[in-house]
Ligand binder design. Sequence first.
Ligand code: RAM
Length: 553
Amino acid sequence: MFSRRDFIRDAGLLMGMSATAPAAVRAEAQQSQAGAWTPTPEQSAAWVAQAEALKPTLSGVNEPALRLVRPVADPNVYLRWRMETEAPAEALRARVFNAGESFALDFGGHRAGYLSFLLEGVGHSVDAPARLKLTFGEVPGTVAEMLHPYRGNLSEAWLPEEIITIDFLPQRVRMPRRYAFRYVRVEVIATSPNYAARFSQFTAHGVSSATGRPAALPSTVPENLRRIDAVSLKTLYDCMQTVFEDGVKRDQRLWIGDMRVQALANYATFRNYALARRCLYLLAAYPRQDGMLHANVFEKPAPRASGDVCLDYAALYVAMLADYVRASGDLVTGRELWPVAQRQLELVGRNVNEQGIVVIPEKVWVFIDWQQALEKGASMHGVLLYCYRRGRELAQRLGDARSVAEYGKQIATMTAAAKSTFYDAQRGVFVSGPERQVSWASQAWMVLAGVVAGQEAAMALQRAMRDPSSVPPGTPYLHHTMLEALALCGQRDAARKLMEDYWGAMVNDGADTFWEVFDPKDSRFSPYGDVHINSFCHGWSGTPAYFLRSGVI
Ligand code: RAM
């Protein structure tokens, strides 16, 4: 299994640009660039400039801490801890804290932004700085449990904790970094024997590029769906920063996979088309040398490419552009970025063999989902076929008849190949790999790719959902795909039920914003080896509002 970490380690080699790459790899990379379309440096610079011109100004609200709380271990709640209220936050002002003492605050809901508070010294003499440790929790466990020793495979520096030293008191302290939190735990590491610390006025300064308030859902929508919609909107709101961020706690960057589904939700809610356009340009401006897009780009301190390339995300840029043009009607941007989209189909399409089947090359990252057991052959075939369909749709819109015809042929070939290779007609499901694995992912992507339709598609999806041995999704991202597939073949009730069961369970388990991963049976599940590095307000998880508001289900 190829993880994100392995991939990053090997990114230079995969990019075909490393001086240490084997000669054969370098030669192949150069050959693949011969005559191929890539943006010129001037073109890339113009796209970055365009993206920067579209950079939104963030706005937000200041919200005070509400309560002093105490985490209580509780094996009966999913999150392992519940918070008991000790006193209103104002009561803090009446207390003083010496070295080794601590307290925790609850802001009443998820916040993405900055933190400020008033710190005073009380005593004989403030004759030394105050040193504090702050821990920011999106969920109770982060402030209740020891974060160390950290066992994850992403940087420990993402753990949401800080040690700060405040030189002169009294002082209004404003933490310099942006955080994602509902709870804040403050520990006094040191004052001096001559004074204790007094705290007050804890305030969260939220920021977002989502403006306006989406209209209320019709009064006929049941309460449980309204709640899911509200949590979904808050997730989207907090993740809409100067790009569509994947997670406001961690990564804080623009990933193609996350943005694609966030943008769909945005078009049905806040309708910030400029932000989507900015992100499309940013991604387009930093391709690999041969023109394949990186799976994500960094924005700060200045925009630049990341080292990650992932086959399904590169292909899905096409779908994302088609969605944008469809939602905004902006044909000008569609035309300008059309060569980028076409190039992704061309490059990812090189992995289609003579029989019309996608063959995933060695050491190339295909994401699809964080489910470790997933065999990805069938789903990657489905993703690419889906993207050819979306490419044909966009070509039609842009009046590119040649591409309409070209993609049409590829769609016919790949559809027939998918049916003969991946479809087990007797069982009525798609299978993947030598073990003929049945998974939700394979069914969902094959249905979205149009390999089967109507009743046949509905049965494939239902069988996978009912079969306890089929591989289920590990993320809200793949659940989103499943909902789309169910809706496409007319299974709107089943889609709605799945949303109620999955996202509704998160709400019932205490979600203020939707989580990056959710395994109802295991609250410690993490794709990164340590639950404390998981994000609990994640871009790809906030899409129920899209389904509820666009009429899809
Ligand atoms: C995760 C990111 C993002 C996802 C990629 C594949 O670490 O947070 O959500 O798109 O990896």
